[in-house]
Design a protein around this ligand. Structure first.
Ligand SMILES: Cc1cc2nc3c(=O)[nH]c(=O)nc-3n(C[C@H](O)[C@H](O)[C@H](O)COP(=O)(O)OP(=O)(O)OC[C@H]3O[C@@H](n4cnc5c(N)ncnc54)[C@H](O)[C@@H]3O)c2cc1C
Length: 475
C-alpha cells in the first residue's frame, strides 16, 4: 500500500512553463519529457511513501547540462529533485513539490578502470552491478552490494551511502568513494576529494556529500577505490529451529574471531515466505543464517566454515549446508533477495524499516519486536544484514483499516531501536519516509546545525525540498 500522500504546496504552473521553455534551449526535445506515463513513473520509488508526480523529467547527458538545468530551475524558482533508478526505500527521489525531476540515468558510462591505481571513474547513472562485473573481469573488486545491485545506480548509492550484505567485512559506499565531481544547487561545478588512496587536504567534503540524500548537490562523476578480488568465496546456509536460536548464533559467530563477509539472517516469517520459491529449506527449519567467507585458499575457507558451523551448533543449529558450486550459491542469494517481494504474498501490505542496533543487542531487539507484534496483532518479519546489526524489520498488515496500529508499531520499533543504542536507518536514508522520526535519535541542536548546512549549500531551498528534517515545529 502507498502511504496516503501528504499534501505539499506545488510550484506555480506559470513558473514551470517558463522554466520548461528555457530547458528546451539547453537540452534537446528528447531530453525533456512531460507525457503522463513518464510523469507517473517518476512520481514514486520503492518506499511506498506516496505518489508525487514532477511537472517535467529531464535527462541531462553531461555535467554541463546538469549545471545548466540547475541554473534554469534556480532562475525560475522551480524545485528540482535528482533521481537515479528510483529503487530508494525512503522516498528520497520523490518530487514532493512537483517541479523538475533530474534523472541521471543517461550519464551511464564507466570512464576508466585502473588496475595499477586500483580505482574506477564512473558517471552517476552506471548501474552498480555493471561496475561490479566490469571490475571483476579484470581481477578487481568493488564490494558495496546493495541487494538492488541489478538496477540501482552508483549516484543513488553515493547519495544514500548504500550498504549491503558485504558491508560486514568491507564497509559501505562511503568507504570506497575518494573523489567526486559535484554540481551545487546554483549550478557551480566543483571537484572534491582526490584520485589517490590517501589525502587529507582541506575539509572532508566527500564524507559530507556521500549520504547527503540528494539535498546538497549532485554527483556527476564518482572516483572509487577498488581492492583485489578474493579468489575464493564459500557460502553456507545454517539452519536453526527458531529465530531466537539464530540470533544467538549470529552473536556467537561475531565473537568467534573470524570475520565472514556476509552474515544474513532469515527469520521464521521470511523463511516461510520464500520456502519453495526456487529454494527449499530443510524440513524443520524455523530460521536460517547465510554465512559467506572469502579469501584466496579454499582449504582455509572450508575450515573457517566448519568452525563457524560448530559454533552455531552450540547455539542449537541443526544443519550447516555448504553450497557446492556457484549455481548453488546463486540460488541461496536469489532466495535472500526474494524475501522482500515474497513478504508481499504473506499479507497484502507491509512497511519495511532498516533499523540498526549494536550487534550484541540483536537477540534482544528481535525478541522485543516479535513480542510487540504479538501484542498488537501484527506480523513482524526480521531479516537482513544481522552481522552488522542492520535488520530489515517489516510490519505486515491486512489493509488501511490497520494503518493506525501500524503507525503505532513503527514508532515503538524506532523508539526501542534508539533505546538499545541503535539508529533508525542503516542504509536506506531518512528521506521523506522517516523525517518525522529523526528527533527520536538526534538532539534539536544537531538537527538545527544540519538545517543550517542545508541552507548554506542551498539558500533557495529548491533542491529536493522537504527531505531528511522534520517540519520545523516538530524538531
Ligand atoms: C529490493 C531492494 C533491495 C535493496 N537493498 C538495499 C541494500 O541491501 N542496501 C542498501 O543500501 N539499499 C538497498 N536498497 C535501496 C536502494 O536500492 C538504494 O538506496 C540505492 O542506493 C538507490 O539507488 P537509486 O539509483 O535507485 O537512487 P534513487 O532511488 O533514484 O535515489 C535515491 C536518492 O539519491 C539521490 N540521487 C540519485 N542520484 C544522485 C546523484 N547522482 N547525485 C546526488 N544525489 C542523487 C536522489 O535524490 C534520492 O535522494 C534496496 C532497494 C530495493 C528495492
Amino acid at each position: 500500500m502507498s502511504t496516503p500522500a501528504r499534501v505539499f504546496s506545488r510550484v506555480e504552473p506559470e513558473r514551470v512553463e517558463r522554466a520548461c521553455a528555457e530547458l528546451l534551449r539547453v537540452l534537446s526535445p528528447g531530453q525533456v519529457r512531460r507525457d503522463a506515463d513518464t510523469l507517473a513513473a517518476y512520481a514514486r520509488d520503492e518506499s511506498d511513501s506516496g505518489v508525487y508526480p514532477p511537472d517535467a523529467v529531464v535527462f541531462p547527458e553531461s555535467t554541463s547540462q546538469v549545471s545548466a538545468v540547475f541554473k534554469v530551475c534556480a532562475a525560475h524558482g522551480v524545485p528540482f529533485t535528482p533521481c537515479g533508478a528510483r529503487s530508494g526505500k525512503s522516498g528520497g527521489s520523490l518530487p514532493l513539490k512537483g517541479g523538475v525531476a533530474v534523472s541521471l540515468e543517461r550519464m551511464n558510462r564507466i570512464r576508466s578502470i585502473s588496475a595499477e591505481d586500483l580505482t574506477a571513474v564512473v558517471e552517476p547513472g552506471v548501474v552498480t552491478g555493471d561496475l561490479m562485473k566490469a571490475v571483476e573481469a579484470v581481477g578487481l573488486f568493488y564490494p558495496p552490494d546493495p541487494n538492488s545491485w541489478e538496477w540501482c545506480t552508483l549516484g543513488g548509492n553515493v547519495a544514500e551511502n548504500a550498504g549491503g550484505p558485504r558491508a560486514l567485512k568491507y564497509g559501505v559506499t562511503r568507504d570506497y568513494v575518494i573523489g567526486l565531481e559535484w554540481v551545487l544547487p546554483d549550478g557551480e561545478v566543483l571537484r572534491v576529494g582526490r584520485r589517490t588512496i590517501k589525502g587529507v587536504a582541506g575539509y572532508d567534503l566527500v564524507g559530507l556529500f556521500v549520504g547527503s540524500e540528494g539535498t546538497l548537490g549532485v554527483a556527476t562523476e564518482i572516483t572509487l577505490q577498488l581492492i583485489p578480488l578474493p579468489r575464493k568465496v564459500m557460502t553456507a546456509l545454517v539452519v536453526f529451529p527458531s529465530v531466537q536460536h539464530a540470533a544467538r548464533g549470529v552473536s556467537a559467530v561475531l565473537a568467534a574471531g573470524i570475520l565472514p563477509r556476509c552474515l544474513e539472517l532469515i527469520d521464521d516469517v521470511a523463511l516461510r515466505a520464500v520456502d519453495g520459491r526456487g529454494f527449499h529449506f530443510p524440513p524443520g527449519a524455523g530460521s536460517a543464517v547465510i554465512i559467506e567467507v572469502d579469501g584466496n585458499h579454499e582449504d582455509g575457507l572450508l575450515a573457517e566454515l566448519a568452525q563457524l558451523g560448530d559454533i552455531c551448533a552450540q547455539q542449537g543449529a541443526t544443519q550447516t549446508l555448504v553450497a557446492q558450486d556457484d549455481s548453488q550459491r546463486e540460488k541461496l542469494w536469489a532466495a535472500r533477495r526474494s524475501i522482500s517481494p515474497a513478504l508481499r504474498a504473506v499479507k497484502p501490505h507491509k512497511i519495511s524499516e532498516d533499523i540498526v542496533v549494536p550487534r550484541s543487542r540483536i537477540p534482544e531487539i528481535i525478541e522485543r519486536l516479535k513480542a510487540m507484534g504479538a501484542e498488537l496483532g501484527l506480523t513482524v518479519a526480521t531479516y537482513g544484514h544481522a552481522g552488522d546489526g542492520n535488520l530489515h524489520a517489516n510490519i505486515l498488515y491486512e489493509g488501511p483499516h490497520q494503518r493506525a496500529l501500524v503507525e503505532e508499531a513503527l514508532r515503538r520499533m524506532l523508539v526501542m531501536t534508539v533505546e538499545l543504542g541503535g539508529t533508525i536507518t542503516g542504509e536506506h536514508g531518512v528521506g521523506h519516509a522517516k523525517r518525522e522520526y529523526l528527533p527520536l535519535e538526534q538532539q534539536p541542536a544537531l538537527i538545527s546545525l544540519q538545517r543550517r548546512l542545508k541552507t548554506f549549500f542551498d539558500p533557495s531551498g529548491l533542491l529536493n525540498p522537504e527531505k531528511i528534517f522534520p517540519a520545523p515545529e516538530r524538531s
